[in-house]
Design a protein around this ligand. Structure first.
Ligand code: HEM
Length: 423
């Protein structure tokens, strides 16, 4: 049930990425005029920062339910973000052990070295003729010029490499994993838990499911490494060990959760650097500002545009009455530009101080991988501005920005660039 402040907005389709990724102007109006807007018969979009925050920190009233899945999920096919108590808190505690501050910080040298190596490989492609990414112009008077697609060649890889290194998974599987992740996240599965091939991860992506099951089985023996999967395998929740299906679901989330999100963050940052030479020059001159740039990118270009909650009981938000069972879209992208919280909210600024954005959500489901994502982004961007001066790497002439074809994500689908540098 909704009060008078809640206008309908039937034109907006939450599951259409062309609508969700072009929401800034509409969201500005909603923040001003209709902070809780009905976008479907049983769903409201929440536009203001304070209301979003109130929802995130009150898991008693606002449950995660099925997340974005349009179907009721069996318990053991729920990822952490699709769980509520009593299952969620104990499983979250186990998963969090893998992302302890010390363990994440220990990844910094590997992240730094991997980023530098991947960027070196971009220019190396120009030196070895015939391996020119999406095409190359060859060597001209001592200059190397080659065209490369950065999402495939850099952002996807660095995100997955560091995640796998931290988890102790086989690094050499990165290209396969990245391929699966794209296929899964761009399919109907995120919304429907199925594809035309079948139900759940196992039915829809049998090859990926077998890969994950093998990882899990390799942790069952007495000589297994002491890592996150081994801890999950040994865990008991509500007096029972975790089923093979639940283990597969949780490990899949750890694998998938880190790839497209970190890729989107890095892709948006690189796109901003490539289109704002002054920012590139500033970060190159003052690399200590890179963490502030990462936070500002998370605020203005959040890789996850919104999360979903369900009212467990009747509630009221910004004067709008909500009935038990009604769904809420917590508008991360809108909240992060809320003029009530951020001065000059649409501007990219490096002097904002403590981050108040909600790109990693908050409360009971605050992103477990936030510290890792920040570390990867800082190391990758630092390596990028150190390796390339302004103009050494440019978007190809006529490049047209296209967003990822996923309704809840934001980031460039591809970044075609031309790399220049002395041979
Ligand atoms: C820039 C990168 C990332 C962004 C923007 C992001 C965003 C989010 C958001 C918004 C949520 C909350 C979902 C909800 O409340 O319904 C979440 C949860 C989660 N994320 Fe991330 N994430 C990122 C990177 C990662 C990485 C690198 C990993 C792991 C390798 C990861 C693992 C998780 C897990 C396990 C949860 C579930 C937490 C829970 O429900 O208790 N994320 N993430």
């Amino acid at each position: 049930m909704s009060g008078p402040s809640c206008e309908g907005d039937d034109d907006f389709d939450l599951f259409d990425h062309r609508h969700t990724q072009a929401l800034n102007e509409t969201a500005r109006r909603w923040r001003r005029e209709s902070p809780v807007t009905r976008i479907a018969p049983d769903t409201h979009y929440v536009a203001r920062w304070h209301d979003c925050w109130a929802i995130l920190r009150d898991a008693e009233t606002f449950a995660n339910g099925n997340g974005f899945k349009a179907v009721e999920l069996p318990d053991d096919e729920r990822m952490l973000i699709e769980m509520d108590p009593p299952l969620h808190p104990p499983l979250r505690r186990v998963v969090r052990t893998a992302f302890a501050r010390k363990a994440v910080e220990a990844e910094r040298p590997f992240a730094r070295a991997s980023a530098a190596r991947l960027l070196d490989e971009l220019t190396a492609r120009g030196r070895s003729e015939g391996e020119c990414g999406i095409g190359g112009d060859g060597d001209d008077a001592g200059e190397v010029e080659v065209e490369v697609e950065l999402v495939e060649a850099f952002t996807d890889r660095i995100a997955n490499l560091v995640n796998f290194h931290l988890m102790g998974f086989p690094i050499e599987d990165t290209p396969r994993i990245v391929g699966w992740a794209r296929e899964i996240l761009h399919s109907d599965w995120p919304a429907l838990n199925r594809t035309e091939k079948g139900e759940g991860i196992a039915g829809a992506f049998p090859e990926f499911a077998r890969y994950v099951d093998a990882l899990v089985d390799s942790r069952r023996g007495a000589d297994s490494p002491e890592d996150l999967i081994a801890r999950l395998v040994r865990s008991e929740v509500l007096g029972r060990p975790l089923s093979q299906t639940l283990l597969r679901t949780l490990v899949s989330q750890i694998i998938l959760g880190g790839i497209s999100t970190s890729t989107n963050l890095l892709g948006s940052m690189l796109h901003r650097l490539l289109t704002t030479p002054a920012l590139h020059a500033r970060l190159r001159a003052e690399p200590a500002l890179v963490p502030a740039a990462v936070e500002e990118s998370l605020r203005l270009d959040p890789p996850v545009l919104f999360v979903r909650r369900v009212c467990r009981r009747d509630a009221e938000l910004a004067g709008t009455k909500l009935a038990s069972g009604e769904k809420l879209v917590v508008g991360i992208a809108s909240a992060n530009r809320d003029e009530r919280v951020f001065d000059d909210a649409d501007a990219f600024r490096l002097d904002r101080g403590l981050p108040r954005h909600i790109a990693f959500a908050g409360g009971a489901h605050l992103c477990s991988g936030a510290a890792l994502a920040r570390l990867v982004a800082c190391e990758a961007i630092s390596a990028f501005v150190e390796r390339f001066d302004v103009g050494e790497l440019e978007l190809v002439p006529g490049f047209v920005y296209e967003g990822v074809p996923v309704f809840l994500e934001h980031g460039p689908k591809r970044l075609d660039v031309r790399v220049r540098g002395a041979d």
